[in-house]
Design a binder for this molecule. Structure first.
Ligand SMILES: Cc1cc2nc3c(=O)[nH]c(=O)nc-3n(C[C@H](O)[C@H](O)[C@H](O)COP(=O)(O)OP(=O)(O)OC[C@H]3O[C@@H](n4cnc5c(N)ncnc54)[C@H](O)[C@@H]3O)c2cc1C
Ligand code: SF4
Ligand code: SF4
Length: 414
């Protein structure tokens, strides 16, 4: 007989959706997330296209569904180490890294005030720093601090422990191993931005004012490094001219051979962020094709009407920096006019593509991935969201519901 429990790996919007859908059908679910919080990439976004609403509402609603459903067990800082068995009866070993902060934490923030050690804020893609003890992000679930022991300054441990009235800091916490028995597994491990440093000609990592589209989301966010003002990194001034470079890494046999599906829409959305901040900002989108599939075509019209966008059909050949002003000169061939374009701008946003989280890294035992790192589906092992292919949130959620149904079918079939 099949085990009637389901494991979901990855606690982004897809994994959360798969977990609540299965649990609301009265199946027990283990939700395993590698980071200290659920939420995944959507927690980093300012707004969702096409409605330009903040992702917080949807996340909050789903967190409530998790909190009120005893069938879901959440493990954070957790990774799958091994999978054995087959459809209907898997045995999974999960390793849980120590958080050094226990359930007593009220997220009061007193420890953070006295902590001197700092670490790079990976949630802001290096655009800010956090203290060694920190809340992963304002929409964290669980809403609990985490300690990075390697970032502590001398005397920090005594200071933070003295500041905590709730006895929540436990520096002696040890890694744990949990053995789970489940009937089906859903991989919802999502995506990571393609490493823009690999795109030599585009200057990312060398020129301060070349940023990625995910960094742009953090700059636009009220909880981001600039409190929601889009400022260029070199001098913290608001850019008056901004270029977007589409297909940065995508649709390129030397990098990601596929279309990342969402980056045209993301650049249109970010053009609206810029237009909202300053009606005079001029935007240049360098593209191969603008892809706004299905009903998103309307969003293209909206961006065209509301923002001062110049569309230039041409692949960017190179980006150079003016060392005096830190402005950038973007060179491309306009394929419609046949002319070479050299556009000076204050800031460049690279529309970097989505690479599956499991690409170029350690693939958990038992899961099969294709040549690009997307999860292959088989009986008992399903995948949803961007672990499966590049997707927007709406379609990710649809694939998550479908994966929950497939997992239940595996269990019911025995
Ligand atoms: C610049 C940009 C803007 C975007 N804007 C929008 C928008 O406005 N509207 C829209 O619809 N879509 C947007 N998207 C797309 C959106 O981000 C994705 O559709 C969404 O993140 C997919 O969710 P997911 O849960 O599949 O993956 P993710 O959000 O990546 O979540 C995956 C989760 O799995 C965890 N994980 C990874 N590996 C492991 C592992 N081995 N073990 C355990 N856990 C693991 C991760 O930590 C993460 O929490 C945008 C994308 C980009 C690049
Ligand atoms: S660890 Fe203690 S001091 Fe720090 S946020 Fe949690 S409860 Fe507050
Ligand atoms: S969505 Fe647009 S920018 Fe992204 S890879 Fe496809 S065509 Fe290029």
């Amino acid at each position: 007989m099949a085990n009637d429990k389901i494991l979901v790996v990855g606690g982004g919007i897809s994994g959360i959706t798969a977990a609540v859908e299965a649990a609301e059908m009265e199946y027990d679910v283990y939700l395993v997330e590698r980071e200290p919080s659920l939420g995944g990439r959507v927690a980093q976004l300012r707004y969702y296209f096409p409605k330009l609403c903040p992702p917080t509402c949807g996340l909050e609603m789903n967190y409530r569904r998790i909190k009120t459903n005893p069938r879901i067990t959440v493990y954070t800082l957790a990774t799958v180490k091994s999978v054995s068995g087959g459809p209907g009866n898997y045995r999974v070993t999960v390793e849980i890294a120590p958080r050094y902060v226990n359930e007593n934490c009220t997220a009061c923030g007193e420890c953070e005030k006295v902590c001197q050690g700092e670490r790079e804020n990976t949630f802001d893609f290096g655009l800010s720093r956090t203290k060694a003890i920190y809340l992963p992000h304002p929409m964290a679930f669980p809403l609990r601090y985490v300690l990075d022991k390697s970032a502590l300054a001398e005397g920090d441990l005594d200071r933070i422990m003295a500041a905590c009235k709730y006895d929540a800091i436990d520096p002696n916490m040890q890694p744990q191993t949990v053995e789970l028995e489940v009937g089906a597994i859903i991989w919802a491990t999502g995506w990571k931005p393609y490493d823009a440093r690999k795109l030599d000609n585009l200057g990312y990592g060398r020129f301060a004012n070349v940023i990625t589209n995910m960094q742009m989301e953090r700059l636009a966010s009220p909880t981001g490094p600039t409190g929601g003002k889009i400022l260029r990194p070199s001098d913290q001034t608001a850019p008056k001219t901004v270029a977007f470079v589409q297909c940065a890494g995508s649709r390129d046999e030397n990098h990601l051979p596929y279309c990342s599906y969402i980056c045209c829409l993301a650049s249109l959305k970010q053009s609206l962020y810029l237009a909202e901040q300053d009606k005079d900002t001029e935007i240049f989108i360098f593209y191969i094709d603008i892809r706004t599939p299905g009903r998103y075509e309307k969003f293209l019209r909206r961006a065209q009407e509301e923002a001062r966008i110049n569309f230039i059909k041409g692949k960017v050949a190179k980006i150079e920096e003016d060392p005096e002003t830190k402005d950038l000169i973007v060179t491309a061939e306009d394929t419609l006019s046949g002319k070479k374009v050299s556009q000076r701008v204050n800031m460049v946003v690279l529309a970097v593509g989505m690479q599956p989280s499991l690409a170029e890294g350690e693939v958990p035992a038992g899961v099969s991935v294709d040549e690009n790192g997307f999860v292959r589906i088989s009986e008992g092992m399903y995948a949803c969201g961007c672990a499966r292919l590049p997707l927007d949130v709406m379609t990710s959620n649809e694939t998550a519901t479908a994966a929950a149904l497939k997992a239940i079918q595996t269990i019911v079939r025995g």
